[in-house]
Design a protein around this ligand. Structure first.
Ligand code: PA5
Length: 442
C-alpha cells in the first residue's frame, strides 16, 4: 500500500523548512503530552484507534436506515456536516441523484434558507425517509430548526412509533436540548466525546454514520487514518513526516514571504467539499488573535477560467496547495476522428487524465513563474483508504500549524458573535439586554 505524499519543492527551500524542525517537534510534544493551548480537545489525536470498538454499532445503524429509507436526511452544520459531505461527495458518482440508487443522502440544518427547507419538505412528501440529527452542543439553531420541521413531517407521515426507529441522534453524552429530546423520545443515539471539537469529528460517529449510510467502507476510512497516525506522528522523522513538512512550509510562506492566503486546489470536482471541510478546519483553527492564513479554494480547471487571472496576475499574497489524484478510478480515451474538424487528433488514444495532468503541470509552472508558491499532496487514488489518510494528515498538520502560529487551534470564540446578535434580534428569552442594545443601533 502506498501513502499520500507531500512536496514543497516548488514553494520554499528545504533549508527554510528544516529550520522549523525544533518548533515542529515542540508542537508535536504539546499535542501528544497535552501541554499546549486547548489541551482538553485532543480526543481526535487517537480517534482512529479509539473508534474501532464502535464501528459495528455504527454500521448496524447505517444498515437499518439503508434498508428502510429511500432518503436519509443528515442534519448538522459546520463540523457536524462538512466531513461526511466531503467524503460522500468525493466517493459518489458525479450524477448520483440521476442514477436512481437508494437511499439518497441529503443534507439539512446547514443553512436557514426557507426555500431550501420548503423544497426539501416537498421532496420528502410521501417518501420513506430517515433522519440523522447531529449537534455536539445540541443547541445550534440551524440544525435544531431543521430537525423540528422534519421530525414533525416524519411523525405525520409514518406515525410516532415508526419515526422513533428512523431517527438517530449524535450529540453530547449528557448536555444539550438534543440529548434531552433524544432521551425523552427514546431515539437511538451516538455520543460525541467532550474532547473532540466539531471540525475534528469526521472520524467519530458524526462523520462515520452518514458515510456508512451512503454505502462507503468506514473501516477502510479508519484504516487510512490509522496509517497516518504513524506516518504523521511524533516518532516519524521530520523529513519523512508529511504533516510536519506541510505545517512548516505553510508557516514559512506566511511568516517570511507574506503569503496570507492559501488556496486549496483540486483538478477533480468531486473534491470540492473536501476543500470546504479543509477551509473550516484551518479557518476555525487558525483564524484568531488577529492572525492566521486565510483558507480559500478553487476547483480547476473550471476556476482557471474565472479565478485564473487573479491567481496568475493579481496581488501576490497567495500560496497554493494542490491535491493531485495520481490514478482516476475510471478510464476514458479520446477517439480518432477521420475529419479532425476540431483539430484534436493529436490527443487520439490519450486518456482524459493525461490532458488533466498536463493542465495541472502547466498551471503549476505558470503560477510558480507568476509568484505563487506551489505545494502538492499526491493522493494515489480516490477511495476510502486514501481519504482517511488525507483527513488525518490535514488534522495533524492543523494541530501542529496552530501551535507554530501560537494560537489555540481547538477553540472558536469568534463563532459566537453572530449567534448573540441573531438571538438578540429574534428576542430570545435571556437576551433582553443585548436585544435593547442591538435594536438601538438599527
Ligand atoms: O467546529 C466546530 O466546533 C463548529 O463548526 C461546530 O461543529 C458547529 O458550529 C456545529 O455545532 P454543533 O455540533 O454543536 O451543532
Amino acid at each position: 500500500m502506498k501513502d499520500i505524499k507531500f512536496s514543497y519543492a516548488k514553494a520554499v527551500s528545504a533549508e527554510a523548512v528544516r529550520a522549523y524542525e525544533a518548533q515542529v517537534k515542540n508542537a508535536q510534544e504539546m499535542l501528544v503530552k497535552g501541554t499546549g493551548k486547548g489541551n482538553d480537545f485532543l480526543g481526535w489525536l487517537n480517534l482512529p484507534a479509539d473508534i474501532r470498538p464502535q464501528l459495528k454499532d455504527i454500521q448496524a445503524s447505517a444498515d437499518l436506515l439503508r434498508r428502510e429509507c429511500e432518503v436519509i436526511v443528515c442534519i448538522g452544520i459546520g463540523g457536524s456536516y462538512l466531513g461526511a459531505k466531503a467524503v460522500n461527495e468525493a466517493l459518489s458518482s458525479s450524477f448520483e441523484w440521476l442514477e436512481g440508487r437508494k437511499p439518497v443522502i441529503v443534507y439539512a440544518g446547514q443553512n436557514i434558507g426557507e426555500d431550501y427547507l420548503y423544497e426539501l419538505q416537498a421532496l420528502l412528501k410521501g417518501k420513506r425517509f430517515g433522519i440523522i440529527s447531529i449537534s455536539k452542543s445540541g443547541t445550534t439553531t440551524e440544525p435544531a430548526l431543521a430537525f423540528r420541521l422534519l421530525k414533525t413531517q416524519l411523525e405525520e407521515q409514518v406515525g410516532k412509533k415508526d419515526a422513533q426507529r428512523l431517527i438517530i441522534c449524535i450529540t453530547d453524552a449528557k448536555k444539550g436540548a438534543l440529548r434531552t429530546l433524544a432521551t425523552q423520545e427514546g431515539y437511538k443515539t451516538f455520543v460525541i466525546e467532550d474532547n473532540i471539537g466539531g471540525r475534528f469529528s469526521v472520524l467519530s460517529p458524526v462523520g462515520l454514520l452518514p458515510i456508512a449510510c451512503a454505502g462507503f467502507d468506514i473501516e477502510k476510512l479508519v484504516d487510512g487514518a490509522d496509517r497516518m497516525v504513524k506516518v504523521c506522528g511524533i516518532d516519524s522523522p521530520f523529513d519523512e513526516n508529511p504533516a510536519a513538512q506541510y505545517a512548516a512550509a505553510r508557516n514559512e510562506l506566511y511568516k517570511k514571504q507574506g503569503k496570507k492566503v492559501e488556496l486549496l486546489v483540486n483538478f477533480h470536482p468531486k473534491l470540492h467539499y473536501v476543500s470546504e471541510w479543509w477551509k473550516q478546519l484551518y479557518g476555525e483553527s487558525e483564524g484568531k488573535d488577529k492572525k492566521g492564513i486565510f483558507p480559500a479554494s478553487v476547483d480547476f480547471t473550471t476556476d482557471l477560467h474565472s479565478m485564473g487571472q487573479y491567481i496568475q496576475d493579481g496581488e501576490r499574497h497567495l500560496m497554493e496547495t494542490v491535491i493531485s489524484v495520481m490514478e482516476p478510478n475510471h478510464k476514458v480515451e479520446f477517439p480518432h476522428d477521420e475529419q479532425n474538424l476540431d483539430g484534436l487528433n493529436f490527443l487520439a488514444g490519450k486518456r482524459v487524465d493525461e490532458v488533466n495532468k498536463m493542465a495541472e503541470l502547466g498551471t503549476q509552472i505558470a503560477h510558480v513563474d507568476g509568484g505563487v508558491p506551489n505545494m502538492k499532496i499526491e493522493l494515489p487514488k480516490l477511495d476510502e483508504y486514501y481519504l482517511g489518510q488525507l483527513i488525518y494528515f490535514f488534522e495533524r498538520a492543523c494541530g501542529i500549524s496552530g501551535y507554530l502560529l501560537d494560537v489555540n487551534p481547538f477553540n472558536q470564540p469568534g463563532v459566537e458573535a453572530y449567534k448573540k446578535n441573531m438571538f438578540a434580534l429574534l428576542d430570545k428569552p435571556g437576551y433582553e439586554a443585548e436585544s435593547a442594545a442591538i435594536k438601538a443601533r438599527l
